[in-house]
Design a protein around this ligand. Structure first.
Ligand code: AHG
Ligand code: MN
Ligand code: MN
Length: 343
């Protein structure tokens, strides 16, 4: 076919690009000993994401917005969509067969999938940004995948989840926003896929994402200002002097995604209410830190990199300072020895 014919063709029928399915297959073939299990796991997560996306789009019409009337392990009100998303992801992972256990923000104990032969475990925040569910603002799902350390064929234990952030084999998130996007890494760069509703497929939209080295956006809940450590206030004051933009949605995934593409810093320091920070290390901190480092950014908990924190509890919390490398570095330069950085 001549070039001119194919460019004519493209003009009247724009190519739709590479599907997530094909991308995963391609990547798998780049690893000589890959067995396809991780690929299948990523497909299962994408499938659950499509289903949750459908539920979210109908939330205004169905009785699934609002509070469920119960609390999760964190003592927080569960929204109905928190519960719906949790069920959908657990079901998809159980049916898929590759994950032997799941750690969810919504469940106190780890969940055995019944697939003891599965080689992977998945930690997840099935619905991030719950406070935005009822008001039609972007929300997300965050996931983190490890190869189990307990013997295949036996039930998984907490040990499988408490390996530390550097042991993640894949991590990412789904953002249910003006478009629905799936962003993930397996440790070889970061790729983003946008969901095409009418075709029911995720298509590659951003390959090898790199976060801008520096940025001019800071994202935090300034309502907590008087609880912030002085060094954090000092850094934010400097941002304001430089007339940086304050942008805060209140859905971590959405704030993070904007900063990933545009350059910026997201921060959630310790507060009087949450003295160790509010965000959860295993299914918010670690996965987003893995993605940001793969994108050339940085993620700190204070003086320590998020990925270097040795975990002690499945639901533990952490302060989080994450985003463009230069901004995070500048912020850390405000952490003085006189006031040790809280964790
Ligand atoms: P979740 O909805 O999973 O509990 O997470 C909420 C988190 C995060 O998404 C967001 O950035 C942060 O809480 C907002 O907290 P504040 O309302 O305290 O700012
Ligand atoms: Mn969350
Ligand atoms: Mn959540």
């Amino acid at each position: 076919m001549s070039t001119s014919t194919s460019s004519n063709e493209n003009a009247i029928a724009t190519p739709v690009g590479i599907t997530l399915e094909r991308y995963i297959m391609r990547k798998q073939s780049e690893f000589p000993f890959a067995t396809g299990e991780l690929s299948q796991l990523l497909r299962d997560i994408a499938l659950a994401g499509k289903i949750v996306n459908r539920e979210i789009n109908r939330a205004g019409l169905m009785d699934i917005a609002g509070s469920f009337g119960s609390q999760n392990i964190q003592g927080e009100q569960q929204q109905k969509l928190d519960v719906v998303a949790n069920i959908r992801f657990i079901r998809a992972l159980k049916n898929g067969g590759e994950a032997c256990a799941i750690l969810s923000e919504e469940d106190d104990e780890i969940i055995q999938t019944g697939n003891d032969k599965g080689r992977y475990v998945v930690a997840m925040d099935p619905m991030d940004g719950s406070s935005n569910i009822d008001v039609n603002v972007s929300i997300g799902t965050i996931f983190s995948i490890y190869r189990r350390v307990t013997p295949v064929g036996t039930p998984a234990t907490k040990e499988d989840f408490l390996q530390g952030g550097r042991k993640q084999v894949a991590a990412g998130y789904i953002l249910y926003g003006s478009s629905t996007m799936l962003v993930y890494t397996t440790g070889h760069g970061v790729a983003c896929f946008t969901y095409e509703n009418s075709l029911g497929e995720f298509f590659l939209s951003h390959s090898d994402i790199k976060i801008p080295q520096d940025g001019t956006i800071f994202s935090c809940n300034e309502g907590n200002w008087f609880d912030y450590p002085e060094w954090v206030q000092g850094y934010l004051t400097e941002c304001k002097r430089k007339r940086f933009s304050g942008r805060y949605i209140g859905s971590l995934v959405a704030d993070y995604h904007r900063n990933l593409l545009k350059g910026g810093i997201y921060l959630y320091p310790p507060t009087a209410k949450n003295t160790s920070g509010k965000l959860r290390l295993l299914y918010e901190g670690y996965p987003l830190a893995f993605v940001i480092e793969q994108a050339g950014g940085r993620a700190m908990a204070g003086t320590e990199a998020i990925l270097d924190i040795v975990p002690i509890d499945c639901h533990q919390r952490t302060p989080l300072y994450i985003g463009s490398a230069d901004m995070v570095e500048e912020m850390m330069s405000h952490a003085t020895a006189a006031e040790p950085v809280g964790r």
